[in-house]
Design a binder for this molecule. Structure first.
Ligand code: GLN
Length: 527
């Protein structure tokens, strides 16, 4: 089922194989019909991750990048929608030579073709393919079929790993293996026998239950890998190796490790465990609530970037979710922001919570609370500054108020057409663009270089018609895109740390190399 850690499992297996000297890449298959993840509400599907080459994809691609410390290209993400779209396109182009185009084999063949292309592009020894969804549901059946076909066509080259949840019901107090047995039966029904079973549970799986799974699910007991809940996801590769997962996988493929190098990763995991002194960061957003539950998945890369930076500075990250709308209903809540060492306003869309975020920004600016604004966070910081410092009382973004007399944030001309014709899928300013850093700024101090590239996902921009006016009042534009003269970073002088970015630095933060801006923000927050 979703949320038990298939993404982390995939990323961890990748990490292990890489540590054993192999070239690895990872792919995600999402079974829904959306062509990419860009059109989905983050409350429903979690964060939309953006690759260097501008693909809007599932958050798991972010996990792969963070664990493998490599950029994943757009080819490594597919949905049922994108696969069908391509097959139909090819049919329209007469590429099937007059044949009847059928779900089987043409859809699985398209999938297999993509796996091969990804392998080739990465020159990979291993391609890890994560199939989203649950065994037995209709939506992913064709992807399992692709896997089955591959194993048939390439004996000894394909392994199947099942990630299964073993509940420990409170009233029984015992770990139950039955759901795993049924999952394996369902897999068997589509012609697949798992080689390895990852036993996800709150606690480590014990020997009697390993034996039980072995007998009922037709795998060796040693191929049942313990995967208990952990404090930090980064412990998972280390845990898997306790059960010799890497060795077992390689043996099945008749291969040998080329080296063993998980040293720096183990060191990092050890550091995480040892840091006790906290740093308190508040994240102000709106994609939290699903029914009675709170969801942190919508901002997963931001959270991970905060953690990387905190651990780097020797602190334990304590992150609190702050709902933007509460500051609209009751401005008295603003005072509570003083309890945090730093505040982040991440990306967002639309009008809900916007005024709340703007009042949070004003509070951080006036009370000198370290502030980092990401994308919408930058845009709203510019609006706050325009309204409350530059005297443009009705300043706004045209995203929220199309008729504002002071559109300090507006669309680029090409985006007007997209919006008017409702061409919304995959049409934002996406992926990496260069940013030139201005001298003697906080950005310059953080990056230490003049030219950087950062990843984008937005339709709106700072309006250059207002730039001079805002700069005269003290807004510092510390990063611009040189090709099109677009504002990329803003900051304030005379404030310990007040920085906004039009891009999403969180996508480029890695466990052992935190993003420079998050790192600087964290240093100042701690101070
Ligand atoms: N809604 C804003 C835009 O489209 C910001 C997007 C974001 O925060 N990713 O420009």
């Amino acid at each position: 089922m979703s949320g038990i850690g298939k993404g982390i499992t995939t990323a961890s297996i990748g990490k292990i194989l890489k540590s054993r000297g192999f070239r690895v890449t990872a792919m995600k298959i999402d079974p829904y019909l959306n062509v990419d993840a860009g059109t989905m509400n983050p409350t429903e599907h979690g964060e939309v991750f953006v690759t260097e080459d501008g693909m809007e994809c599932d958050q798991d691609i972010g996990n792969y990048e963070r664990f493998l410390d490599e950029n994943i290209p757009r080819e490594n993400y597919m949905t049922s929608g994108s696969v069908y779209q391509r097959v139909i396109e090819r049919e329209r182009n007469l590429e099937y030579d007059g044949k009847c185009v059928e779900v089987i084999p043409h859809i699985p063949e398209e999938v297999i073709g993509r796996l091969d292309r990804a392998a080739k592009k990465a020159r990979a020894d291993f391609v890890l393919v994560e199939i989203g969804g649950t065994v037995g549901e209709y939506q992913n059946a064709l992807f399992l079929e692709a896997g089955r076909m591959m194993r048939l066509q390439r004996p000894g080259q394909v392994l199947f790993v099942l990630v299964s949840y073993l509940p420990v019901p409170k009233m029984i107090g015992e770990m139950k293996t039955k759901p795993t047995q049924y999952a394996v039966r369902s897999l068997n029904a589509v012609g697949i026998q798992p080689d390895i079973i990852i036993a996800r549970s709150v606690v480590p799986i014990d020997e009697p239950r390993k034996r039980k799974i072995s007998i009922f699910c037709n795998v060796a007991a040693g191929d049942v890998i313990s995967a208990p809940d952990v404090n930090s996801i980064y412990e998972v590769p280390v845990n898997f190796e306790k059960d010799e997962l890497g060795k077992r996988m390689l043996e099945k493929l008749g291969m040998k490790s080329r080296k063993r190098d998980l040293v720096s990763w183990r060191g990092f995991v050890g550091r995480i465990r040892r840091t006790k002194k906290p740093v308190h960061i508040g994240i102000v957003g709106k994609y939290f609530n699903t029914g009675d539950f709170m969801l942190a998945d919508s901002y997963i890369s931001v959270i991970e970037a905060v953690k990387h930076a905190a651990w780097f500075c020797g602190r334990k990250p304590e992150i609190t979710w702050l709902n933007a709308e509460q500051y609209e209903k009751n401005p008295a809540h603003l005072k509570e922001l003083k309890h945090y060492d730093g505040i982040i306003i991440p990306g967002g869309f639309g009008s809900r919570g916007v005024e709340g975020k703007i009042s949070v920004i004003q509070f951080c600016r006036k009370n000198k609370i370290p502030f980092l604004g990401l994308c919408y966070g930058l845009q709203l910081a510019v609006i706050e500054f325009a309204r409350n410092v530059a005297g443009l009382k009705r300043a706004h973004t045209t995203e929220v108020n199309a008729k504002t007399p002071h559109p300090v944030i507006h669309t680029l001309p090409e985006q007007m057409v997209n919006i008017k014709e409702r061409r919304m899928g995959g049409s934002m300013r996406l992926g990496a663009y260069t940013c030139e850093i201005a001298k003697d700024t906080k950005a310059a101090k953080a990056y230490g270089v003049k030219l950087v590239t950062e990843r984008h996902r937005h339709r709106y921009e700072v309006n250059n018609d207002f730039r001079e006016r805002l700069e005269k009042k003290g807004l510092v534009v510390s990063g611009i895109n040189p090709e099109r003269n677009l504002v990329e970073i803003i900051e304030l002088k005379g404030h310990p740390f007040f920085v906004g970015t039009q891009f999403h630095p969180e996508f480029k933060s890695r466990p052992l190399t935190p993003h420079p801006l998050f790192r600087e923000f964290m240093k100042v927050a701690i101070r």
